[in-house]
Design a protein around this ligand. Structure first.
Ligand SMILES: [Zn+2]
Length: 311
């Protein structure tokens, strides 16, 4: 399996846009969407002779080994390992001395460094596509970079702020100006439930909206079917929410949620949510449910967010 799903470069110089699918190996939607996008880009200049692309676009698989095994990760959650001190050690080690996920990181970083060196862009944008084990929501997670919020808002899905204060080592933490020689912006898009076929078309729409937002393609060249699809789905979801609470699963915990919670479902304070070996798990506070965990692998049991759209 190749790391690079596709690559496309316009005649005009522009940003380096890197889109990840499969950062978690059990989330195929982003990878499938990228394959579709690169086919579309091949056809587009023939369909539309005035089509122009600005910049270099690279589609990558995040966790290749886990993707082949159809599981979230092999030994460590790749999207919790993006920490600067991890990186130094990983870059200075021989691959055979590294854990599977560390090998993935080493390959990805060397590849990105090479792209920056080759292309010499002024700006790099990372779009990291994920799906969730629960149904009921698409959303965009942004970091503290203003450009991240700007792009995130233009994907036309609910935006979640403050998430990066609660977890660590995600692509949103790592792909920032401080860690690269050029302006670097990251956005995460959650496209729906892992196996939902629509998660693929929503990912296609998010990638296209992102390409427009960063100026890689012209607004006129983008069909508004992509906006419409995401807007329709997000119609009854809050526009902007903020992280309130994270339930972190302990190492030996027998964590189990009640079935059927959906993303953005309203939760009351004290509501019964699940159980572990010590008894009931109840909501610490009222909020909206996000990413309730219905799979074996994962460190976060659920998140609660609150709607701040009108603030
Ligand atoms: Zn994921």
């Amino acid at each position: 399996m190749e790391r690079v799903i596709g690559r496309y470069e316009g005649e005009e110089k522009g940003p380096l846009f890197i889109c990840f699918g499969g950062m978690h190996g059990n989330e195929p939607a982003g990878v499938k969407a990228l394959k579709i996008i690169f086919k579309m880009l091949e056809i587009e200049p023939h369909r539309n002779p005035t089509f122009k692309f600005k910049g270099r676009f690279l589609g990558l698989i995040g966790n290749k080994k886990a993707f082949e095994a159809h599981q979230r990760f092999i030994q460590k959650d790749l999207n919790r390992q993006w920490k600067p001190d991890n990186l130094k050690r990983i870059l200075n080690s021989r691959p055979e001395h590294l854990l599977p996920e560390e090998q993935e990181m080493q390959e990805i970083l060397l590849l990105i460094r090479k792209e920056i060196k080759d292309y010499q862009p002024e700006q790099m944008i990372i779009l990291d596509i994920h799906t969730t084990s629960a149904f009921g929501g698409i959303f965009t997670i942004v970091n503290k970079d203003e450009e991240s919020l700007r792009i995130g808002s233009q994907l036309h899905a609910p935006v979640i702020k403050g998430m990066i204060d609660g977890i660590s080592g995600t692509t949103l933490h790592f792909f920032i100006d401080k860690n690269f020689p050029i302006k670097t912006t990251a956005v995460t898009f959650e496209a729906g439930q892992h196996q939902e076929p629509q998660a693929i078309s929503r990912s296609v729409a998010a990638i296209i909206n992102c390409l427009r937002s960063i100026g890689a393609v012209d607004g006129d060249d983008v069909e508004n079917i992509h906006d419409q699809m995401l807007q329709d789905y997000s119609k009854n979801l809050p526009k902007i929410t903020e992280l309130l609470y994270i339930y972190s699963i302990q190492e030996d915990e027998a964590f189990e949620l009640l079935p059927g919670f959906r993303n953005f479902q309203a939760i009351e304070k004290n509501q019964l949510l699940g159980k572990n070996q010590h008894g009931e798990i109840r909501a610490q506070e009222a909020g909206l449910m996000l990413m309730p965990l219905y799979q074996k692998q994962g460190e976060d049991g659920f998140f609660l967010v609150r709607d701040i759209s009108d603030n």
